[in-house]
Write a protein that binds this ligand. Sequence first.
Ligand code: DP6
Length: 334
Amino acid sequence: MTDTLKHLQKATCIATTNIAFVKYWGRINDALRLPMNGSISMNLDSAFTTTTVEFDESLTADLFSLANQPADAKQSARVFSHVDRIRAMAGIQTRARVASENNFPTGAGIASSASAFAALSVATAKAAGLSLPERELTLLARQGSGSACRSVPAGFVEWHYGETNEASFAEQIAPPEHWDIRDLIAITQTTHKEVGSADGNKLVSTSPFNETRVKLAGASLNIIRRAILEKNWTTFGEETEREAIRLHVIAMTSQPPIYYWSPVTLAIIQAVTEWRRDGLEAYFTIDAGANVHVLAKAEDADEVENRLWQQEGVKIVLHNKPGMGAQVVESHLF
Ligand code: DP6
């Protein structure tokens, strides 16, 4: 056995996805995935990816399976180039077998790339024998998919704006048990969306409103961070809704424009606004897809969930609490 081989392992990691309250939409550096603004999110305990990475001397090429099926060429290339990054750090060349599984529909507007690249980064680093501090793991995950860096730490997380690789890391603002709020995800479509966020992110500069959104996102960061720390539900909810709408204004005014909403999306926006008028204080946020995340206080969550199930066009409602950070659940040293 060579020296290198002794340190190679097989490792399995579970990482949750996250929902951003201040969102990442647009980059100053595409290669490093450095965002135009900082963002804040919460990990979602019921939506996660489980990834196993095994380095194997007998392989002549990397292999990637998703839900026990060989993944398509585009997805595989993105995964392999991320594994390459980690191989370069570890100084190894051995090929890997990567097996990944989501417990929610892939590509349907739940940020599957966030949990996917957080799990992939942490499992691959472990299997390659690297022992990296959390901050380094966030830098690594960010280069695979921007939002993935926020799925590495637990609970409520901020990803910082920075002009270098090292400056744009993610860190915890508060642990999951700090604030028992809920995210009820109303899934309105389970097929692949038309324009992925990787492509949407590249179009922001074509919107005449982008500079304004980036400026306002900076202000939202301070408002939302503080609202989370002080558990100020109304400020938190109102600012989160405004921020989400601004992302969609950018998408809809990009060239070419991207319309992520379906009629069901708008119907839920209107319903949540009405519920609030009747005293049920829930708020919505929407990522790059037609699904709606409805944020509720713990005591209102079941009522909100029931109402969402009754909404026409809603296929599934996923009930999430603040989630854990990326965890290695199994590893073997050969
Ligand atoms: C709308 O992290 O998926 O969910 O870096 O290109 O992989 P890439 O983009 P991605 O973008 C997520 C965008 C968003 C907002 C957010 O989660 O902050």
